[in-house]
Design a binder for this molecule. Structure first.
Ligand code: 6PG
Length: 486
């Protein structure tokens, strides 16, 4: 036995992670079901560090020092379950199995329980940053026991991205906590991508700007409050020209967004927890609508009516000064919507922690998202500051920094939503985030009417503003009120 860590599954992510581990002084056992991948890795990168290639899983396990620690990077679902069991059969008490794929946190809770019953540790670990992150430094969100973190922590710290010198990894909590937090990360990623896409649409369709010019705008934005990986790569995508046709790349790509399911889980879980994550929800639904190509085709054939000034922002677009001012409005609307989406995601983590019994340190989570992951952004420093200042608040929106940021952005935000609606340009995340914000601010919501309706058709009862208890009105009778339990 000579390897202090092992990686099973050497597709893109697994191979990159193995190389990252080896480059940081770890001795890495590597195994893949088909040896050809292992061979390729050895041939192309074997010299980057110390690898111990294994032909069989037995050989792989035997090459690990104790406690044996193996990271699984295979397809989520059945292949992962299968590999966990195969490894557990070969391992001994105290050994650690790490699932670094995008597993559903409830699967992780189930697997952790089963593996713990066998005396082993099971760690569900969220890994963000794509292939490049896996190689050069991802952000990692491990769950599992404190004991497993003692062994695993230093290894993960050795390969994590750094943000202001700190490794972007922390022990998130027990059992499925790591995968839960990674799931919410992905949900926020969806919302962030969607508001960026809506901003693009407003500049393209609304203002009639060319992709290259819009790329310049995003590049400029990346210098300010919106500085983030997603804004940066947006500029890169928009600058890109299709080699085959010479057209902007963005125009030759099918407008149907894919998704592997993590965003959907974030919304499903939020529904279970009764936490409104409207930004994430709209982002998932928007991908769904984009992918419903046949339906959209039919709508076009049907000629569904739109506003008179379809698509364009008219005189606004033709006046350079107003056009410039509107771009600044979009920037602020993007910032405000993004703040709301993050606030909602953090609410979901808070509620999830309560429901599943985790002690989530939200400030620490914001800190490990500052580097390596897809949603890495300057902005996360502000979120970590908000939590670090001991802020006990129900929403990030109450933190003084964010409160003021939205105050400064809100006029622009409202103008953008109004203009887009007038022009018939869909802005689901801009609009729903603003509605959430206004709903949150409302001292009185029309939910009172819903309570009345529910009581009328189903005797579901309602509360009164002036007396505690549950009440029911005899709607079909004399209209008098009875107190429930009387
Ligand atoms: C990350 C990404 C990563 C992956 C998602 C994309 O944090 O590195 O989120 O996990 O790119 O699976 O998800 P969709 O395919 O659902 O967009």
């Amino acid at each position: 036995a000579e390897a202090n860590i092992g990686v099973v599954g050497l597709a893109a992510m697994g191979a990159s992670l193995s190389r990252n581990l080896a480059r940081h002084g770890n001795t890495v056992a590597v195994f893949n079901r088909h040896y050809s991948r292992t061979e390729t890795l050895m041939n192309e990168h074997g010299s980057e560090g110390r690898f111990v290639p294994a032909h069989t899983l037995q050989e792989f396990v035997a090459s690990l020092t104790r406690p044996r620690t193996a990271i699984i990077m295979v397809k989520a679902g059945d292949p992962t379950d299968q590999m966990i069991n195969d490894l557990a059969d070969l391992m001994e008490a105290g050994d650690i199995i790490v699932d670094a794929g995008n597993s559903y946190f409830k699967d992780t809770i189930r697997r952790e329980k089963a593996i713990r019953a066998r005396g082993l540790h099971f760690v569900g670990c969220g890994v963000s940053g794509g292939e490049e992150g896996a190689l050069l430094g991802p952000s990692m969100m491990p769950g599992g026991t404190d004991e497993s973190w003692e062994t695993l922590g230093p290894i993960l710290e050795s390969i994590a991205a750094r943000a202001e010198g700190e490794p972007c990894v922390t022990h998130i909590g027990t059992d499925g906590a790591g995968h839960f937090v990674k799931m919410v990360h992905n949900g926020i990623e969806y919302a962030d991508m969607q508001v960026i896409a809506e901003s693009y649409d407003l500049m393209r369709r609304g203002l009639g700007l060319e992709p290259g010019r819009i790329a310049d705008v995003f590049e400029e934005w990346n210098e300010g409050d919106l500085n983030s990986y997603l804004v940066q790569i947006t500029a890169q995508v928009l600058h890109h020209v299709d080699a085959r046709t010479g057209r902007p790349f963005i125009d030759i790509v099918k407008d149907q967004a894919g998704m592997k399911g993590t965003g959907t889980w974030t919304v499903q879980t939020a529904l279970d927890l009764a936490v409104p994550v409207t930004g994430i929800g709209e982002a998932v639904f928007s991908r769904g609508l984009s992918a419903s190509a046949d339906l959209r085709e039919e709508a076009a054939r049907e000629g569904l009516a739109g506003p008179v000034q379809e698509g364009g922002l008219g005189d606004l677009a033709s006046d350079p000064d107003r056009c410039k001012a509107f771009i600044e409005d979009i920037r602020k609307a993007l910032y405000a919507s993004k703040i709301v989406a993050y606030a909602q995601g953090f609410n979901e983590m808070e509620e999830g922690a309560r429901e599943y019994g985790w002690n989530l340190d939200l400030g620490a989570i914001a800190r490990i998202w500052r580097g390596g992951c897809i949603i890495r952004a300057k902005f996360l420093n502000r979120i970590s500051d908000a939590y670090a200042s001991g802020g006990e608040f129900g929403s990030l929106l109450f933190d003084p920094f964010f409160k003021q940021a939205i105050e400064e952005a809100q006029d622009s935000w409202r103008r953008v939503v109004t203009a887009a609606t007038g022009a018939g340009i869909p802005i689901p995340v801009f609009a729903s985030s603003l509605s959430y914000y206004d709903g949150l601010r409302s001292r009185r919501l029309p939910a009172a009417l819903i309570q009345g309706q529910r009581d009328l058709f189903g005797a579901h009862t309602y509360g009164r503003v002036d007396e505690s208890g549950a009440f029911h009105t005899l709607w079909a009778g004399d209209g008098s009120e009875i107190r429930q339990g009387d």
